[in-house]
Design a protein. Structure first.
Length: 437
């Protein structure tokens, strides 16, 4: 019986490692599917601070997934693909809800059901693994537990008073059918009359993004100081006071909220993308959320009432009419690649003020943006492949720029000003706030 010495005895010999690898693999799939789906909340919730927080959690989740995969690959049975199994994917896609669902209810589903189950899964891992033999995994999991507990604390203020019991039960049932993310709890098979909402009403992106209580408009850039906050020629006019430029660039930075909202739509639309693409896209997303916070936090310090700053919806409204690889092409190859010369000039002017904080924020913004363009060069071809686009990149980008102009004619400039010009922040008001004249 010499032939029986093949794989079976080896599998038995390595059973302890293989069992822990199986759990690490599940945890990796859960984290990567979490960030692919939780990002649909970014443009659906209205509160900027909540958008920022979700971007941060998605980024931390990408970190968890990355280190789980790195550790997993040290163990032979982890597998070489990034694929998520259907049983896990189905629950996360269910949690996304429909395009018209109440976004806070959907947030509660993620944070009251799916996230606590992730925390429980990590705790289970720690309990069943050998602390000395599997120390490398243990170290990671301990850190992730602390992160997950913090995420739940950080989200709590936004979910106070949100009534989502029925929805949470619906998701709990889907999860109980698996016996938790690791299948380590008693399985409660789904009732025969359980209806997966995703089969009834598949998710579609909302036509516009949510900015909650804040006033909105089409665009914040313009030529008229009585109408628009960022007066384009002022940015490069050497006669413009540097304090005015500083205020205008903070408005510009805060409005990277646009980038957050439309970039976040790309994840759910690319279910088969390699994890590394989603990892870098999540980093991109989190960077933009910090850039937006630069403005959101600094403007009030300079006397600006944020309720007078209209938020622009233009880019989301236009880009959402185009598929994700075209949105990504416009973002990285047009908007970001094209912003460097003006921003460089702005940075030089702001430096006249000896405002170390402003200089720091702008320098990090620039550094991040350089990375985003690099991401674009690396990932645009992969994004195109995800959509079966076979034209050369350059030709595709050119055609997409033309298409954007056409789509803008139909879907652009559709958001009227929430505020009359007397009430909203404009170039003229910025002059006053800056103490010029
Ligand atoms: Fe940015
Ligand atoms: Fe960027």
């Amino acid at each position: 019986m010499a032939t029986t010495t093949s794989s079976r005895p080896a599998a038995g010999r390595m059973a302890a490692v293989n069992e822990m690898t199986r759990l690490l693999r599940l945890l990796f799939e859960v984290e990567r599917e979490f960030l692919r789906t939780v990002t649909t909340l970014v443009y659906r919730v209205g509160e900027p601070e909540l958008k920022y927080l979700i971007c941060q959690h998605a980024w931390e989740s990408a970190g968890h997934a990355r280190f789980l995969r790195e550790r997993g690959r040290e163990l032979s049975t982890f597998g070489t693909t990034d694929t998520v199994r259907d049983s896990i994917r189905r629950v996360f896609v269910e949690a996304v809800g429909t395009g018209t669902a109440d976004p806070l209810k959907i947030t509660a589903g993620f944070y009251h059901v799916l996230k606590p189950a992730m925390l429980a899964a990590y705790k289970h891992y720690l309990k069943v693994t050998d602390p000395l033999a599997d120390w490398p995994s243990k170290k990671l999991v301990e850190e992730f537990i602390a992160d997950e507990e913090r995420h739940l604390r950080e989200i709590a203020p936004y979910l106070k008073g949100v009534e989502a019991r029925e929805w949470e039960t619906h998701l709990t049932q889907a999860l109980d059918d698996l016996g938790g993310w690791l299948g380590h709890e008693t399985r409660l098979p789904l009732a025969t009359n359980y209806v997966w909402q995703q089969t009834k009403t598949p998710y579609t992106h909302p036509e516009t993004c949510n900015r909650g209580k804040y006033p909105v408009c089409s665009s914040i850039f313009g030529m008229d100081p009585t109408e628009d906050p960022i007066v384009r020629p002022w940015l490069t006019d050497p006669k413009t006071d540097a304090r005015v430029i500083r205020l205008m660039v903070y408005v510009w930075l805060m409005m990277e909220m646009d980038a957050i909202d439309y970039l976040a739509t790309a994840f759910i639309d690319t279910p088969d993308a390699p994890f590394d693409l989603h990892h870098d896209l999540t980093r991109h997303l989190w960077d933009e959320s910090r850039h937006s916070q630069f403005g959101f936090r600094q403007l009030p310090k300079l006397g600006v009432d944020l309720m007078t700053v209209e938020q622009s919806l233009e880019l989301y409204n236009i880009l959402i009419q185009m598929p994700a690889h075209e949105r990504y092409a416009m973002m990285t190859m047009e908007f970001e690649a094209g912003s460097f010369p003006t921003k460089a000039h702005v940075m030089d002017r702001v430096r006249e003020l000896n405002d170390f904080e402003a200089d720091t924020l702008l320098a990090f913004d620039r550094n991040d943006e350089q990375n985003h363009v690099r991401f674009g060069h690396r990932w645009l071809p992969e994004m195109m492949a995800q959509f079966g686009e076979t034209r050369p990149v350059e030709e595709f980008v050119k055609a997409t720029q033309e298409k954007f102009k056409e789509v803008a004619k139909i879907h652009g400039n559709k958001t009227p000003h929430s505020l009359p010009k007397e009430k909203r922040l404009t170039g003229d008001k910025i002059l006053k706030l800056a103490g010029v004249n």
